[in-house]
Design a protein. Structure first.
Length: 113
C-alpha cells in the first residue's frame, strides 16, 4: 500500500489521540506539589498582610496617645480607698468621718474584728 505525499504529511488520528492521552495527565505527585505550592503561596500572602498591618498600626516612638495607664505597684490601703471614694463624691463627709473613725479604732485594737 502506497501513500501519497499529502497523506504522509498529515498525522493519523490514532497518533494524535495517543499523544494527548499520555501528555496531559498529572500524577499524584503533581497534585501534591500543586497543593503544597498553593498553601505556601497563600501563607506568604497572609503573613505579608499581617506584618504590614502590625507595622502600620504600631505607635511611633515617644507617642503617648494610646498608652494605657499602668496600675500602681502597691495596693491601696483602706484609708486611701476611703479618701478616694470621698473625693469622687461617692460618700458624704459624715460617712467619711464615721468610717475613718472605725478604721482608726481597728488599727488601735487589732484583735477586734
Amino acid at each position: 500500500m502506497t501513500r501519497s505525499p499529502s497523506e504522509l504529511d498529515t498525522p493519523s488520528r490514532e497518533v494524535i489521540t495517543v499523544m494527548f492521552w499520555y501528555d496531559h495527565d498529572m500524577s499524584g505527585w503533581g497534585w501534591f506539589g500543586a497543593s503544597l505550592g498553593m498553601l505556601i503561596f497563600w501563607g506568604l500572602i497572609i503573613t505579608a498582610f499581617v506584618l504590614l498591618f502590625r507595622a502600620l498600626s504600631r505607635p511611633a516612638p515617644g507617642d503617648t496617645r494610646n498608652v494605657t495607664p499602668q496600675a500602681p505597684s502597691t495596693l491601696a490601703t483602706p484609708k486611701q480607698v476611703l479618701a478616694e471614694r470621698f473625693a469622687r463624691g461617692e460618700i458624704d463627709e459624715d460617712e467619711y468621718r464615721r468610717r475613718l473613725q472605725v478604721l482608726h479604732s481597728a488599727d488601735a485594737d487589732p484583735t477586734k474584728h
